[in-house]
Write a protein that binds this ligand. Structure first.
Ligand SMILES: NC(=O)c1ccc[n+]([C@@H]2O[C@H](COP(=O)([O-])OP(=O)(O)OC[C@H]3O[C@@H](n4cnc5c(N)ncnc54)[C@H](OP(=O)(O)O)[C@@H]3O)[C@@H](O)[C@H]2O)c1
Length: 330
């Protein structure tokens, strides 16, 4: 099968598209014929081995896992002996942080997958796993969002942010969102009551007060969190120095601030699938690339200018080669 492999740390240019053995099925795993993937900043952290602490999980001197890729959607081709809920032929989506998804086939534990809503297509559902589950867990699991809460979402136009605005609305919150001025209209269409353009108004001086502050971009200081919210959740980070500074101040403060790493699981994926099926969440795809341009998709993600998500397809390549809705040829 074809797969994007890596044998050293580096940028998207070091990825090799090569023929490798199809993965061998394990008892609690499913073998999926991949139809679409999406790109995430996490793919770049793993590819580059940066920040350095990622290497303790992914290989200190060289990558432990050969094939890159986390988010996928596809069709189940085989199931392991212990698989109980998923059948051969099911259309599934999921994520595998250990890699293996940027390939024609991926073999993943059943517990990191869920069945796709019938009406959804593969690129849309491949765009959901990491960004969707991160937004859900930031708001609900860690943010303890309640009906009627006011939420401040910094970094509202990207993958995590665009899901976070819609999920917060679906759970009955009032949303104030932050993005660049060019994306204000887009974020309003997601349902935010108020949108602040950070290039017109400094959020570091913004004097609103909210029940919950979610920082997907990662440039809020500890002081910002305390000034803006009653509780906070850190999702992204801009620099390691900034993140450590916030975490050190958190250690000496009573302000309830949580920093977390999202965990893929079937239950949360099913919640997202239901929200999508009930039209509470619309997946916005900024660009779609054919699979052989996965390194270009990662280059684009690295600009941190994505509006919603970037998808890559292994089938129906003609669609991905077409001028996409933003007029960009991928
Ligand atoms: N904790 C976890 O488990 C977890 C999971 C997933 C992702 N993350 C992290 O969360 C972050 C976001 O991930 P993502 O997938 O949403 O990335 P993404 O899709 O690439 O989104 C990037 C967004 O950042 C926004 N942005 C850039 N500069 C900004 C600024 N100064 N202020 C506010 N927003 C700004 C951009 O919006 P504009 O163009 O409108 O500025 C863009 O839409 C990344 O750092 C990622 O590593 C953490």
């Amino acid at each position: 099968m074809k797969a994007f492999t890596k044998s050293k740390y580096g940028g998207p240019e070091i990825l090799q598209l090569e023929e490798v053995e199809k993965p061998i099925l394990k008892d609690d795993h499913i073998l999926v014929k991949v139809v679409a993937n999406s790109a995430n900043p996490a793919d770049l952290h793993i590819l580059r081995g940066k920040p350095f602490f990622a290497r303790f999980a992914f290989g200190l001197f060289k990558p432990k896992y050969k094939i890159l890729g986390a988010d996928f959607a596809g069709v189940v081709e085989e199931i392991g002996n212990n698989v109980s809920h998923i059948k051969v032929g099911d259309r599934v989506f999921g994520d595998t942080l250990n890699g293996g998804a940027f390939a024609e086939y991926t073999c993943v534990p059943e517990k990191v997958c869920a069945i796709m809503p019938k009406e959804m297509d593969f690129p849309e559902m491949a765009s959901v796993p990491i960004a969707g589950v991160t937004a859900l867990q930031a708001l609900i699991t860690h943010g303890q969002l309640k009906v009627g809460d006011s939420v401040f979402i910094n970094g509202a136009s990207g993958g995590v942010g665009h899901f976070a605005v819609q999920i917060a609305k679906a759970y009955g919150a009032a949303v104030t969102a932050v993005c660049s001025s060019k994306n204000v209209d887009f974020v309003k269409t997601l349902g935010a009551e108020r949108v602040i353009a950070y290039d017109r108004e400094s959020i570091h001086q913004h004097d609103g007060k909210y029940d919950l502050v979610i920082d997907t971009h990662g440039n809020l200081s500890h002081k910002d969190f305390k000034r803006l919210g009653l509780r906070g959740v850190m999702v992204g980070f801009t620099t390691m120095g900034h993140m450590f500074s916030v975490l050190i101040q958190k250690a000496f403060s009573k302000f309830p601030l949580i920093q977390f790493t999202a965990e893929a699981n079937t239950k949360d994926f099913e919640t997202l699938a239901t929200l999508i099926h009930n039209r509470k969440i619309k997946v916005h795809i900024d660009r779609t690339y054919p699979y052989y341009k996965i390194p270009e998709a990662l280059d684009y993600i690295e600009t941190m200018r994505t509006i919603g998500k970037v998808a890559m397809v292994w089938e129906n390549m003609a669609a991905a080669e077409d001028i996409n809705e933003k007029g960009t040829k991928c």
